[in-house]
Design a protein around this ligand. Sequence first.
Ligand code: NI
Length: 182
Amino acid sequence: MAILKIARMGHPVLLTVARPVPDPTAPEIRRLVNDMIETMIDANGAGLAAPQVHVPLRVVIFQAPGERSDPGLSEAERFDHTAPLTVLINPEIAIMGPETEGGWEGCLSVPGLRGYVERPNHIQYRGYGVDGRLIERTARGFHARVVQHECDHLDGRLYPSRMADLSRLVFESELRHMQAAG
Ligand code: NI
């Protein structure tokens, strides 16, 4: 296992369309995924895509912790707002409805900043694990957001390109002041 260097906005690898993985069960993919997990945990991120560690392959990892979901929801609704640590190889997303939701996003490739992004809030996604098994889930809320954010990296997109209003691209420290002020 190794902690990998994270590409920052401006590096061309973040603007390239990543290639599909021919064999999700290949040992080098398992190695890449293990290093990505270690790197994400070290950097305290919610997700990481392979292009962010200079590997232009369609591999993402993410985690949608329960505490980021809305506690007012029923058990069934709450479930797909959260996701355990998940590896998705060659992922695909289907948008399940017209509703969108805004939320503040950050990115390990755009350190120190947060941006307000509207995204579809109900999706289905599928992809393969490192064991070659198909993973299919529905997701809402933060879970849906993090999956879309990570999959955007595979198409060479960073969240600022999804923003409708760039006045809401702010430094983390300023966002904390804004939120403290209400
Ligand atoms: Ni990101």
